[in-house]
Design a protein around this ligand. Structure first.
Ligand SMILES: Cc1cc2nc3c(=O)[nH]c(=O)nc-3n(C[C@H](O)[C@H](O)[C@H](O)COP(=O)(O)OP(=O)(O)OC[C@H]3O[C@@H](n4cnc5c(N)ncnc54)[C@H](O)[C@@H]3O)c2cc1C
Length: 276
């Protein structure tokens, strides 16, 4: 690994000043389970690395009456084992606890999973289905962007080089039901071949999938088709056909394009059948 300068700010303001002083040529280090691996493998060679884990206040899960906010440095294990998340949003807890191994999750963060912008990021599908918002700190102060507008392409987000994500939040909707599914070649410590979250609130549905497009995606056409409908076997079959046509997977070492497309239908059928 190439040598690099290591910075450790103790406030958001100091972090922003450091980013500005280096013209944004800085890699932000959170848990490091993506960044350090990429640096070791030579895919990334930053000259400056800024560790944000000592910035106070970012390691909290804040539960307000109407919103839940997950701070930037909250670990995946702490998210997945949080009582409120486990009880009200079990599909988000399951997604968090499906990442890597216990050792990985004791370093890795949910925000790192999102900012890494992998198409198969496991926590992205529940957060997309929850209509989550990303909170970003930069030269203009804090701004809030819907998660669905945050991802641009594989490993590319809308973040500017002098911006830091401070957290992600979503409106409380404890009545909504959700199902997270992860298909992988191995049961433990494996990346998703395809993953999805299907949410139901009354007769409205939100469906998101990972590893089937350059970014994690919402299946808006399928959602619109299901909206207001009573679920029947026929409706489910039609929705699955639509969903399979809505994704744009690729073939790679994990699976073929055709397999991934078919699995989108399988996952949706499985989830919707729970609510027949
Ligand atoms: C053995 C192993 C197994 C894994 N298994 C899975 C898996 O099953 N599913 C899965 O989805 N992932 C998996 N991963 C990938 C990784 O663990 C996750 O993506 C993790 O959530 C990344 O979080 P982190 O805090 O370690 O991110 P980091 O590596 O610290 O950062 C990731 C990226 O996000 C940027 N970043 C981080 N925080 C911020 C911030 N606050 N503001 C702006 N940019 C930021 C960094 O600059 C970097 O580009 C695995 C990794 C390993 C090594």
């Amino acid at each position: 690994m190439k040598t690099f300068e290591y910075l450790r700010p103790t406030s958001l303001k100091e972090a922003l000043d450091m980013l500005k002083n280096h013209d944004g040529n800085v890699s932000i280090l959170n848990g490091g389970t993506d960044l350090i691996v990429r640096m070791r493998e030579g895919h990334s060679s930053p000259e400056v690395v800024m560790d944000i884990k000592k910035i106070p206040g970012l390691d909290q899960i804040q539960v307000d009456e109407d919103r839940i906010t997950i701070g930037a440095t909250v670990l995946l294990n702490d998210l997945g084992l949080n009582e409120v998340i486990k009880t009200r949003y079990p599909y988000l807890a399951q997604a968090a606890l499906s990442v890597g191994s216990k050792q990985v999750r004791n370093r890795a963060t949910c925000i790192g999973n999102i900012c890494n912008a992998s198409p198969l990021a496991d926590t992205a599908t529940p957060l997309l289905a929850l209509n989550a918002d990303v909170h970003i700190y930069g030269e203009e102060g804090i701004k809030t962007v819907p998660l669905k507008d945050f991802f641009v392409f594989v490993r590319k987000t809308i973040l500017k080089p002098t911006e830091i994500v401070t957290g992600i939040s979503f409106k409380q909707d404890p009545e909504a039901l959700g199902i997270f599914t992860k298909m992988s070649r191995r049961k433990e410590v494996d990346l998703s071949t395809v993953c999805s979250t299907v949410m139901r609130s009354g007769t409205e549905y939100r469906i998101s999938c990972g590893a089937v497009a350059p970014t994690p995606v919402r299946l808006s056409k399928t959602e619109a088709f299901l909206s207001g409908k009573t679920l029947t076997g026929e409706v489910i079959e039609e929705a699955c056909k639509l969903a399979e046509g809505e994704v744009t997977p690729i073939s790679d070492i994990r699976a073929s394009e055709a397999y991934r497309r078919e699995m989108v239908g399988v996952m949706l059928r499985h989830a919707l059948s729970e609510w027949l």
